[in-house]
Design a protein around this ligand. Structure first.
Ligand SMILES: [Zn+2]
Length: 176
């Protein structure tokens, strides 16, 4: 029997895999593979839902990795996107705008804008493994919605104040 290995970030217990991992997203190879397959329409594909758009943001936010410039920017961009849509009423169709906005040319260098936030615990949160365990497109989409909301809830509880400050400084202003 193969022993299961926890993903270092979401803690999903999965059979060890030797496949690819992401450069700065902190997932195990097995977790990353499940996610990539789901994102690429893996069987069965997700039923259409506006929340599917935020799957990438929730996954990156749930897998912050270890401190580096890229990991810091990734967590900032994806938590800002979740915050913008879920708390500030930005339309789901503008998620891409939200992702690009904080890193656009501004007076402050990209490195000077954000810092490492100690990630909240994701113990007992929904994982990609829970989503892909569901057999129907509708059930999977429903779970994605719960996943997105739960991952944001963890970050919000730990760092809403900082994320709101970043949003005011780097997302909202038109003239910089
Ligand atoms: Zn994971």
């Amino acid at each position: 029997m193969t022993s299961l290995e926890p993903c270092p970030d979401c803690r999903a217990l999965l059979p060890p895999a030797d496949g690819p991992t992401h450069r700065y997203i902190g997932a195990s190879s097995a977790c990353w593979t499940l996610y990539s397959n789901l994102l690429n329409g893996g069987e069965p594909p997700l039923a259409p839902s506006p929340y599917n758009t935020l799957l990438v943001d929730a996954y990156a936010a749930q897998h912050p990795g270890v401190p580096s410039d890229q990991a810091i920017q990734s967590v900032a961009v994806h938590t800002l996107t979740l915050y913008g849509v879920l708390e500030r009423g930005v339309g789901m169709e503008r998620a891409l705008w939200l992702r690009l906005r904080p890193l656009r040319e501004q007076r402050t260098t990209k490195r000077g804008r954000f810092h490492w936030l100690i990630p909240p615990s994701f113990a007992d949160t929904i994982t990609i493994a829970d989503i892909v365990a569901l057999p129907t497109p509708a059930a999977r989409s429903e779970k994605v919605k719960a996943y997105v909301e739960q991952v944001w809830g963890c970050w919000a509880q730990a760092h809403r104040g900082t994320i709101a400050t970043w949003y005011a400084a780097y997302v909202l202003p038109d003239i910089l």
